[in-house]
Write a protein that binds this ligand. Structure first.
Ligand code: RIB
Ligand code: CA
Length: 312
């Protein structure tokens, strides 16, 4: 597999953190150009600090962390600390990371990376609200057709919403940004709740993580135990879904996922259904679609991949 030059735009966030561990442990597959952070699960200062904490635990201070948008494009910030804890990293022991964030804004870093490398060379995984990518597309529209693949965790079709009855959090938090990204012409692979709810950290899988004695696996175990508790409180006994790690797993092993071309529109006006993703499978010209929707995931193989990387 050729190495993918990748930017990860995230709002750590418990599952963002596990996605970062997976990416940091895959240097032969992923050339991590930058981590960019955004306001989301918790406020922007915390998501930036949390990305640096995870980077330090993984020993990957070679990867710069750029701080991005402090608020969504239009809406007021909506945090999800009930899912991620006040720190954003569950009850993981947080600390002041040694290595600072990089100079310059995340949006500038995204544009520079894409415009200075060959067309199609840079891909981006977006695991939080899409504010940074939307701003980059507005500042430099040329990146829409110069980016490689944009892999996003967001949206819902058959699963319904997880923050409201009809909306998934990442889209709900900044629906205007999502609308910009999906309408931009970027090649987008979309992992909605329909996909990520198939990949759950069952007790057996959590026990397998516990058996791995590496800093990333120990931190991941703590994060998963926190998420188990949240899941019990909010959704009964169901095992926590591995939302954001699916974006990195898709980049590492796309054959574990089934996708289909779609027309994806975002509700940005109606209060009741704000952030809803209308995912249309009936297309006049499927080959012309720039957006693809993940319908099936080989969850066992995805988790095996996660375990193998956490053990590195
Ligand atoms: O709906 C799940 C998404 O919202 C994940 O990215 C999680 O981290 C939160 O940001
Ligand atoms: Ca996230």
């Amino acid at each position: 597999m050729t190495r993918t030059a990748l930017i990860i735009d995230c709002d750590p966030g418990v599952d963002d953190a596990i996605a970062l561990f997976l990416a940091f442990a895959s240097p032969d597959d992923l050339e991590l150009i930058a981590i960019t952070t955004v306001a989301g699960n918790v406020g922007a200062p915390l998501t930036a600090r949390n990305a640096r904490i995870i980077r330090q635990i993984a020993g990957r201070e070679d990867v710069p962390v750029y701080v991005g948008a402090q608020v969504p494009l239009v809406r007021a910030p909506i945090i999800a600390s009930h899912f991620h804890g006040d720190s954003g990293l569950g009850d993981l022991a947080v600390f002041a990371p040694v290595a600072p964030d990089a100079a310059g804004h995340a949006v500038t870093a995204i544009i520079k990376a894409v415009m200075t490398r060959p067309p199609g060379a840079v891909s981006i995984a977006v695991t939080g609200p899409m504010t940074n990518l939307a701003l980059a597309l507005r500042l430099e529209p040329a990146i829409a057709h110069r980016l490689g693949t944009v892999v996003v965790m967001g949206g819902a079709r058959t699963e319904g919403g997880n923050i409201t009855a009809s909306a998934e959090y990442n889209i709900y938090a900044d629906p205007h940004a999502a609308q910009v990204v999906f309408a931009s012409g970027c090649k987008v692979v979309t992992l909605g709740l329909d996909a990520t709810h198939q990949v759950r950290a069952t007790p057996k899988r959590v026990a397998a993580v516990r058996a791995i004695d590496t800093p990333a696996a120990r931190a991941t175990y703590d994060l998963l135990k926190f998420s188990e508790g949240v899941q019990r409180r909010f959704a009964g006994a169901l095992a926590p879904p591995m939302h954001d790690p699916c974006t990195i797993a898709w980049l590492l092993a796309p054959d574990l996922f089934t996708t289909r071309p779609v027309d994806l529109r975002v509700e940005v006006a109606a209060d009741l259904t704000m952030g809803h993703t209308a995912v249309e499978f009936r297309l006049a010209d499927p080959a012309a679609a720039s957006v693809h929707w993940v319908t099936q995931v080989n969850a066992g193989a995805v988790f095996d991949l996660m375990l193998e990387r956490l053990a590195r």
